[in-house]
Ligand binder design. Structure first.
Ligand code: ATP
Length: 915
């Protein structure tokens, strides 16, 4: 049965991602358009894999476990599904799908509404120099604002390096919304220092004049300054009536102790207030520098994007309006790894989720689905708060289902994980073993040289027939991974790491890039490289004029001409990514920044990755390696105290503060628990990646596994099935079913609704033309000639790649003519709303231009003009009907007088028709 509002809260390997794919495919089979399904993941890798999993599942549907599940969810027959899968696959491959990371989704929103943030829509979101530029900008701004002193004092007073302060500023910037309600006051903390020292002096007097005072007692009250006082071992005691002072004890002594403690507590609080006050002042400057950077250089980080989207949402009086304009197309939302969503991200998504789950209006058939596992929440440090899962479920009244069977791992692995974590993780439900998974092997081995041990284990696995690509070694840090890589390479074992998995480092993609370099730079070396990479004989290549040809077409021609495609999914990724680059220069000079990873099926070698990066992945053999160096102590300067999902308070970490400040002590306890939970969760993630065999290499001291109390030993038998072919041996399948065909994706999004209206009848070219013209009209700052050039530029940024030069010129002419048309200018006098979304009789429609006319001031009623732009005189009757519909809608909504006009922007003239 299909449940509209559903979540799966389930353990690792129980099939959450599987169910996400089942859900996606069920939607497709039930007739949902791919472009109306928004599937959000956390990493590009996950988004790409999901895309590929959907294709693979459809290709192999009759052999896949997903088929039975889709039958259950859709209540459609197996036969129906199998008969329709090719159609569904074709539709999917030729649609503008919305499977992406949450960051990309927000970036899309921001591009669309960039003007609200005074940004150009073509901003970029990654640059290797970003941090450095920001730092220098910030220092300049600090100096201009006269806050250099603050920065230096902060650094000195709190013994923090400047880089620490810089990252604190970023932390505050990201959490600005959560922190907003906490107020800070500048305070003089010296008075408390004096109070504490004066009570101390009295205490010293009493002890010094006590004849029975021991040497220790006298030494214990020896204090030169405030810092020494705070460092005294007795400072946190409830009473001084203990060994050291007992012989001299009077109630006055404890009275003084209380006074000293109070003074120190207040001193800490005042110091904390000052610290946060200064930080907040600097955060304002930091925010300003960030803004300056993205205005001047159009460069943003993902946290800037999230921040701005949130700001824009609050700026626009009708945030629903924003979502509608953006996503009239989104009817179904699917979220992966929900436990890692940050509160701010959720706040942004919430209006959309609300619309979908309310089942009202256009979302009659909408659905909401999310999966997650709170035990795998390891991004708390980034603002992920695992309690959000529960809160969202409650807020949206989502039906939650559990998945109890582990489909990933063999019995030994499941049993080991159950036993280890059942006692340690709250509400842990032991997983059941899937039918037939009777084998598996788990070994915990101790060696104080983990590198050596891991290399031995890898060699052993290879020697008994394991395929190197099925082995993964999970490490604590990137630098441990680097060390291991070198150790494995030294033994001639091929290794795959983050860098080797980058899309642009794949041989097939490198080849295309070399070809393009040859075309652009005209150097022979690139020609040689190209042929070497595609293993073909060198021959002359045709030249291309990039003023004439579009980048995407050139690349597609290369792939076609040299028959490069076959089954290489990397090309699909690369072609998709190309849409980001407006021309050959921007590609050749910026591709290094392309942060996409290669398709997993195209890589070979032992995988070395961090535990954090292993989330969501699975490998046949997993070796988890202990950290090579001792873990640095958790010394975050700030302690964030949450209650559920709301930030209750923040504290400055001060040594020993917990002994005299109850609130701080509680916050610290909570924090320690969370840190412990994070470490446990990370290990849970690591151990649950293994399908067949799991090895844990632990040190005897300073081990990251210490919290688990692991027993050295093994269980099960190490048995490698030599021909371990993955269920989806893609290459083989491609050979059987024919190569996957890549078709150009349709990139227009802004006005897809326009396209949909007549998609069947009009050819794609005129749709593109119409969409681009509408976009330019929408981007006009005001209806005068000065606005034309900026609007044109924005239109070119977005649609330039799809338009011929004559079409661009034609659009510009038509818009210029319109802005000279007297009738039009008289109609737009008043308050103008462009691309106004209206919901009427359960339909969502966009009005190109809605004008609240200012010509009838004295009347009781307002007067509205509706203007609908068209680029051709075809379908006149339908256009009239459409505008009539708008007129009735606005009349009914406002109760005012409404006139409707169709504005035909034709090639040589403007024609305005009143309805
Ligand atoms: N119902 C099922 N029938 C057959 N195979 C399944 C089923 N559910 C999951 N699997 C397989 O089990 C493995 C683990 O599933 P999946 O990756 O979806 O788990 P998960 O819950 O998302 O795990 P994690 O939380 O670790 O990301 C995959 O190889 C998947 O294909």
């Amino acid at each position: 049965m299909f449940i509209n509002n559903l979540a799966y809260e389930a353990s690792a390997g129980s099939g959450k991602t599987f169910m996400l794919v089942v859900r996606y495919l069920s939607l497709l089979f039930k007739g949902a358009e791919p472009s109306k399904i928004l599937a959000l993941t956390f990493t590009n890798k996950a988004a790409n894999e999901m895309q590929e999993r959907i294709v693979q599942t459809l290709e192999e549907l009759e052999h896949r476990g997903e088929l039975d599940e889709i039958v259950k969810v859709t209540e459609l027959s197996r036969d129906y599904l199998l008969q329709n899968r090719q159609r569904v696959l074709n539709e999917f491959l030729n649609s503008h799908t919305k499977i992406m990371t949450i960051d990309s989704f927000f970036t899309q929103i921001l591009r669309k509404f960039s003007l609200y943030a005074s940004l150009m829509p073509d901003f970029s979101t990654s640059s290797s120099q970003h941090e450095l530029k920001l730092l220098s900008r910030f220092l300049k701004e600090v100096s201009v604002a006269g806050k250099k002193e603050t920065l230096i004092l902060l650094s000195l007073a709190f013994n923090k390096r400047f880089t620490d302060i810089f990252s604190l500023l970023d932390e505050f910037y990201i959490k600005f919304k959560e922190i907003k309600h906490i107020k800070f006051k500048k305070q003089n903390y010296r008075v408390f220092e004096e109070e504490a020292l004066s009570s101390m002096a009295e205490l010293k007097k009493i002890i010094s004049s006590c004849k029975a005072a021991s040497k220790t007692a006298l030494k214990s009250v020896e204090v030169q300054n405030y810092e020494e006082l705070c460092a005294k071992a007795w400072i946190g005691r409830e009473t001084l009536n203990y060994n050291t002072f007992s012989k001299c004890f009077t109630s006055e002594i404890d009275h003084l102790l209380t006074k000293i403690q109070e003074a120190i507590r207040e001193h800490n609080r005042a110091k904390e207030q000052n610290f946060f006050y200064a930080i907040k002042e600097l955060v304002d400057i930091y925010t300003k520098s960030k803004k300056a950077l993205y205005m001047d250089d159009s460069e943003l980080s993902f946290s800037d994007v999230t921040y701005l989207v949130y700001e824009i949402l609050n700026l626009i009086e009708d945030s629903h309006f924003l979502y509608f304009r953006l996503d009239a197309q989104i009817e179904h939302m699917l979220l992966d790894e929900f436990q890692d969503t940050s509160i701010l991200q959720y706040e942004i998504l919430k209006p959309l989720i609300d619309e979908i789950t309310s089942g009202k209006g256009i979302f009659d058939n909408g659905s909401f689905f999310f999966v997650g596992d709170v035990k795998q929440s390891i991004y708390r440090f980034r603002g992920g708060v695992s309690a959000l899962f529960d809160a969202v479920r409650r807020e949206n009244d989502t039906h939650v289902e559990k998945l109890l069977i582990n489909y990933r791992s063999q019995k030994e692995v499941v049993a080991f994980v159950n036993e280890l974590f059942e006692k340690r993780i709250k509400n842990y439900t032991p997983q059941l073993v899937r039918e037939g998974a009777k084998g598996g092997y788990v070994e915990v081995v101790q060696n104080d040289d983990p590198l050596e041990e891991v290399v031995i284990r890898v060699q052993k696995l290879l020697s008994i027939g394991a395929n190197s690509s099925e082995i993964a070694v999970l490490c604590a840090t990137n630098s441990d991974g680097q060390a291991l890589k070198e150790a494995l390479l030294a033994k001639n074992i091929e290794v795959i790491t983050e860098t080797t998995t980058k899309l642009i480092n794949q041989k097939s993609i490198k080849a295309v890039l070399e070809y393009l370099k040859y075309l652009y730079f005209d150097e022979d070396i690139y020609l040689q490289n190209f042929f070497a990479l595609v293993s073909q004989k060198v021959r002359p290549l045709k030249k291309v004029d990039f003023n004439e040809a579009k980048l995407l077409d050139v690349v597609k021609n290369i792939i076609d001409e040299f028959r490069l495609f076959s089954d290489d999914f990397n090309y699909v990724r690369f072609l998709n990514a190309l849409s980001k680059y407006s021309d050959i220069e921007s590609l050749l000079f910026e591709y290094e920044r392309l942060d996409l990873s290669a398709a997993a099926s195209q890589l070979s070698g032992v995988r070395v990755l961090t535990v954090h990066k292993s989330k969501g992945l699975e490998f046949t053999h997993v070796i988890v390696m202990d950290r090579l160096k001792k873990a640095p102590p958790a010394r975050d300067a700030i302690i964030y105290e949450y209650e559920g999902i709301s930030l209750k308070n923040i504290y400055l970490r001060i040594k020993g503060r917990e002994s005299i400040d109850k609130n701080y002590e509680n916050a610290l306890k909570k924090e320690k628990l969370l840190v412990h939970e994070d470490s446990l969760n990370a290990l849970y993630v690591a151990f649950t990646r293994a399908r067949e065999n799991l090895f844990i290499v632990t040190k005897s001291k300073d081990s990251m596994f210490a919290i688990l109390d692991l027993k050295i030993g093994c269980s099960g038998s190490l048995d490698i099935q030599k021909s371990h072919i993955r269920e989806h041996d893609f290459a083989k399948l491609q050979a059987e079913t024919g190569a996957l065909e890549y078709k150009e994706l349709y990139y227009g999004t802004q006005n897809d609704i326009l396209a949909l209206e007549k998609a069947q009848d009009e050819d794609i070219k005129s749709i593109n033309f119409g969409i681009a013209m509408h976009y330019m009209l929408e981007m006009l700052g005001s209806f005068d000639a000065q606005s034309i050039s900026l609007a044109k530029e924005m239109m070119l940024n977005k649609y330039g790649a799809f338009l011929e030069d004559e079409e661009i010129e034609d659009i510009e002419n038509r818009v210029s003519m319109l802005l000279k048309n007297k009738t039009f200018l008289s109609l737009v006098k008043g308050e103008c709303y462009k691309e106004k979304a209206i919901r009427y009789k359960n339909n969502l429609r966009y009005i190109d231009l809605l004008v609240k006319s200012n010509s009838v001031k004295e009347s009781l009623f307002e007067r509205w003009n509706i203007i609908d732009y068209k680029s051709a005189l075809s379908y006149v009757d339908e256009h009239k009907k459409q505008v009539n519909y708008y007129v009735n809608a606005i009349k009914e909504i406002t109760g005012d007088e409404v006139d409707g006009y169709i504005c035909y922007l034709l090639q040589g003239s403007i024609k305005i028709v009143k309805i």
